[in-house]
Write a protein that binds this ligand. Structure first.
Ligand code: HEM
Length: 511
């Protein structure tokens, strides 16, 4: 009898211990935000969160207000939904709120990349050097010549398809912007190896298309991969694809390319100098490809679609493009040289800038996450302070919290190309909530330590793509009445959103 009792007691204690570890006994302490653990031990709300992050957070906000803690897959996340209080997270000292730890684990799982000491510092240093300031002039030039190769290679050759070509608008935009961005950053085929410049350009077109084809497969697996919920066959497919990228982007292959950007080259070299093995450097290359190419293509699609569905926006952007070209002394004409869009020209486009910003407000939706390294107190804009526990996470989802807030952006679901323009046609940065100025009024690039360092380059890529399309092509939707497709809600949290379906369109060179 004693033995049975001891076994039962041991069982009871281990169940209790298990439940404790699964977080089943966590209670809200005085001074902490409202706690919503969800019904499932350990998992908490993760299924609903994954199914539709925006909807789930709206529900929680309605239930609990501007700050709450929810359990998601073993972690307690405190979400802040008041944009006036974002500063307390974005500016909190790194010793308390840390981006690295969370990012490190994610890249290990998703890219098989194990970072080295100082990894993030190097990423920031070389991104600032090559994706901003003078570095951006070089990158913009490289993007331009690769866009010309992909979009305009048949201009003036006499053999180009003068007739209409049909494609999906999403596929076309993503394909062109991905490939040109990849070639601008990772370099071109060498003319000596290919035999001539013309052959090298052709090789670039073929190779980048192959890469895009594989990338899209990985792209589609990505959300489930990031959440660690791929089925066995999908897991195998993800592993197979990773190996393809590690090989295609390998340091060895890079050594045989021309025009590799300083951004890629410096980051590879610093890792080699610090003793990182070559196979791990190859994995890092894939991470760079992902960070640089996963968002801009989908954003190019939305930008182009919004323009095509809003004639007044298209008219205003077209007029601006023509004016900038005129002022630069260039002309788009049969037999003439291809137009060159420099960074300086791209600085004179407030209408297009506002259109890009509005597109991103509606379609870029990252979740920004920080690990809590020590107990801390978060002060909200209304003066209330909340205790946050070490080991938890703090997160922002600006899409729901500010980009769709009708008080900050009236009529938030409607595309208004001039939403970010003042009445003088300059950039508008004054937005208000409860009578107070909102500093973080749209956050497609994140904020603080992990803010996207590619944002200026990405914006230029989008603008160059639109410039060339407007200048050299006729294009229209196959069905002008077609509805703007819904956002694929499975991708909330991962940056630029994708549509649930593609839209047929046609295009042709003007001459
Ligand atoms: C429309 C296009 C883009 C969007 C919407 C976008 C968005 C973002 C966001 C939201 C983050 C922060 C993630 C976080 O805090 O967890 C980020 C990080 C990053 N982005 Fe972008 N991005 C875009 C294009 C690019 C491009 C073109 C490049 C490079 C050429 C790039 C390079 C990076 C890098 C390296 C990081 C990591 C920064 C860090 O860890 O400190 N991005 N991006």
């Amino acid at each position: 009898m004693n033995l049975i009792l001891s076994v039962l007691l041991a069982l009871f204690l281990s169940v209790l211990g298990g439940l404790y570890l699964l977080g089943a006994f966590r209670r809200r302490r005085p001074g902490e935000p409202p706690l919503d653990r969800g019904l499932l031990p350990w998992l908490g709300h993760v299924l609903e969160f994954r199914r539709d992050t925006a909807k789930f957070l709206e529900r929680m906000k309605e239930k609990h207000g501007d700050i709450f803690t929810v359990q998601l897959g073993g972690f307690y996340f405190t979400f802040i939904m008041d944009p006036l209080s974002f500063g307390s997270v974005v500016k909190e000292a790194r010793a308390k709120l840390d981006f690295n730890e969370f990012a490190k684990k994610l890249v290990e799982r998703v890219f098989g990349y194990y970072s080295m000491e100082g990894d993030h510092k190097f990423l920031q240093m070389y991104s600032n050097k090559h994706l901003m300031g003078d570095g951006l002039v070089v990158m913009t030039q490289a993007m331009m010549s690769n866009l010309q190769n992909l979009m305009l290679h048949s201009v003036g050759s006499g053999d180009h398809q003068n007739g209409w070509q049909e494609d999906g608008l999403f596929k076309y935009s993503y394909n062109i912007v991905f490939r040109a961005g990849y070639l601008a950053l990772f370099g071109n085929e060498t003319a000596t190896k290919s035999g001539s410049l013309e052959k090298a350009c052709k090789a670039d077109r073929l190779e980048s298309d192959e890469l895009f084809y594989e990338f899209r497969k990985y792209d589609q697996l990505f959300p489930n991969l990031a959440y660690g919920v791929l089925g066995p066959s999908q897991k195998m497919e993800a592993e197979r694809l990773k190996k393809i990228f590690w090989d295609m982007l390998s340091v060895q292959k890079m050594n045989n390319r021309d025009n590799i950007s300083g951004w890629v080259l410096d980051q590879q070299q610093v890792r080699a100098e610090n003793g990182m093995e070559e196979y791990m450097q190859n994995r890092f290359m894939f991470l760079l490809l992902w960070a640089s190419q996963g968002n801009t293509g989908p954003s190019a699609f939305w930008l182009l679609l919004f323009l095509m569905k809003h004639p007044e926006a298209m008219k205003a952007v077209r007029a601006e493009v023509e004016q900038v070209l005129l002022e630069s002394g260039q002309e788009v004409k049969r037999g003439g040289p291809l137009v060159d869009l420099t960074r300086d020209m791209l600085l004179k486009t407030p209408v297009l800038d506002s259109t890009v910003e509005e597109t991103l407000r509606l379609t870029a939706a990252p979740v920004l996450t920080r690990a809590v390294l020590q107990d801390l107190s978060l002060k909200m804009a209304d003066g209330c302070e909340y205790s946050i526990r070490e080991g938890d996470r703090v997160a922002l989802f600006p899409y729901t919290a500010v980009q769709m807030d009708p008080e900050v952006h009236p009529d938030p679901t409607t595309f208004k190309y001039d939403r970010f323009l003042t009445s003088n046609g300059e950039r508008l940065t004054d937005f208000y909530k409860k009578g107070k100025k909102v500093k973080y009024y749209t956050m497609p690039w994140g904020a603080g330590v992990s803010m996207c360092p590619g944002r200026f380059f990405a914006t230029n890529e989008l603008k160059q793509f639109i410039f060339l399309l407007l200048s050299y092509f006729d294009f229209e939707l196959k069905n002008p009445e077609v509805k703007i497709p819904d956002i694929d809600v499975r991708r909330w949290g991962f940056g630029s959103m994708q549509p649930t379906q593609d839209i047929p369109f046609k295009y042709r060179l003007k001459f």
